[in-house]
Design a binder for this molecule. Structure first.
Ligand code: NAD
Length: 362
């Protein structure tokens, strides 16, 4: 039976990457029924100014699985991030970003194999913000002053909620993930020494969950110390579990350890659905140029195949990508020794090379 999957091409470089990825996945022999849905700035005018129309969410909820390209978020003004809204609406609380070294990628390290598990519904990304100068901001500042705190009158405010329930489920998710994937250790990351009631709660709950999962090793690290240690000795870590903001930043750091965003896939798991998407954004400057690297989106497709229990196809696609990377020929500019290397190939050529490796003519 074909797998029904929502395919959101996204914008910027997204549509090219989605097309290249779809071709590779279709050539595994696994049958897909692609339910193509559009979201983002390009379609908002057709939907009353809504960049994430209800029918897109309904499609993901119906299929339970989506593969998504990046979607641009206007900086500072305009609509809220479609990506954040999607995660919140579908309660996609567990984001997994594997960072793994592939032979042939220029990087400072050779054997990095880290899993970043990021809580994706709470923390400073909860979207509870009060604009500087607004009535609400003044009211909140007055309230804080009356309760012994001090905030400058011209401040904008973002709230950082971290709950027991939200922490418990993501740390349990990290332990489950570690166990199912044969990993040895979970590290909970925090800044509990400074933010005692949010990160302090996170650490306390993480320790409780660790006691219930004593078969997997557990430790905690303060986030700044973790960043330094990751750069010095990434092999000391295995599965990292982090609140939303640290998770976002540290997963980019880990992507850097394995040679950049070009090979950094991601998955968002929730109670209703799973959405697979690369860690990188929409890179608008390369949009429509057949230039961007599709491998992070393809590796997100590999994570999707594993989720669909198509393990053999997942192994074959991952091996085909690894072979193309190791040969170093049919790769995009970002994987060449210099950024202006004339032998760099385009997005669609990478897909062709991977399909060749899969041994299927399409
Ligand atoms: P970005 O990831 O788009 O780009 C960072 C750098 O990496 C740029 O130099 C870019 O050209 C390069 N790059 C990214 N992906 C690449 C690829 N596949 N191949 C080759 N080079 C690649 O990050 P940004 O510039 O901070 O963000 C651009 C837009 O993407 C913003 O609107 C941001 O909000 C959005 N974004 C979306 C998502 C998502 O949809 N999940 C994630 C991150 C950023």
């Amino acid at each position: 039976m074909a797998h029904s999957v929502t395919l959101i091409p996204g914008d910027g470089i997204g549509p090219e990457l989605a097309e290249a990825t779809r071709r590779v996945l279709d050539s595994t022999g696994v049958a897909f029924e692609w339910d193509v849905q559009h979201a983002g700035a390009d379609v908002m005018d057709q939907h009353g100014g809504n960049p994430l129309p209800d029918h897109v969410l309904e499609s993901i909820a119906r299929n339970g699985v989506a593969l998504k390209g990046p979607i641009t978020t206007p900086v500072g003004t305009g609509f809220r991030s479609v990506n954040v809204t999607l995660r919140k609406t579908l309660d996609l609380y567990g984001q997994v970003r594997p960072c793994k070294s592939y032979q042939g990628v220029r990087s400072r390290y050779e054997d990095v194999d880290l899993i970043v598990v990021r809580e994706a519904t709470e923390d400073l990304y909860a979207g509870i913000e009060f604009e500087e100068g607004s009535e609400d901001a003044h009211e909140l500042i007055d309230w804080i002053e009356r309760h012994g705190g001090h905030v400058r009158a011209d401040a904008g405010i973002s709230i950082k909620p971290i709950s027991i329930a939200g922490t418990r489920r993501i740390v349990e998710f990290a332990f489950d993930y570690a166990r199912r994937n044969g990993r040895r250790k979970v590290t909970a990351v925090h800044k509990a020494n400074i933010m005692k009631f949010s990160d302090g709660l996170w650490l306390r709950v993480a320790r409780e969950v660790a006691e219930e999962n004593a078969d997997v090793e557990f430790e905690d690290r303060i986030v700044d110390n973790l960043c330094m240690q990751l750069v010095q000795r990434p092999d000391e870590y295995d599965v990292l579990v982090l609140p939303n903001l640290y998770g976002d930043i540290v997963s980019d750091l880990c992507a850097g350890l394995v040679g950049g965003l070009g090979l950094a896939p991601g998955a968002n798991f929730g109670t209703k659905a799973a959405v697979f998407e690369p860690t990188h954004g929409s890179a608008p400057k390369y949009a429509g140029q057949n230039k961007a690297n599709p491998m992070a989106m393809m590796l997100s497709g590999v994570l999707m195949l594993r989720h669909l229990e198509e393990t053999d196809a997942a192994d074959r696609v991952e091996r085909a990508i690894a072979d193309v990377v190791a040969e170093g020929e049919s790769v995009t500019y970002d994987m060449k020794p210099s950024r202006d290397d004339p032998t760099a190939v385009g997005t669609s050529d990478v897909a062709d090379a991977i399909i060749d490796k899969l041994g299927v003519t399409v």
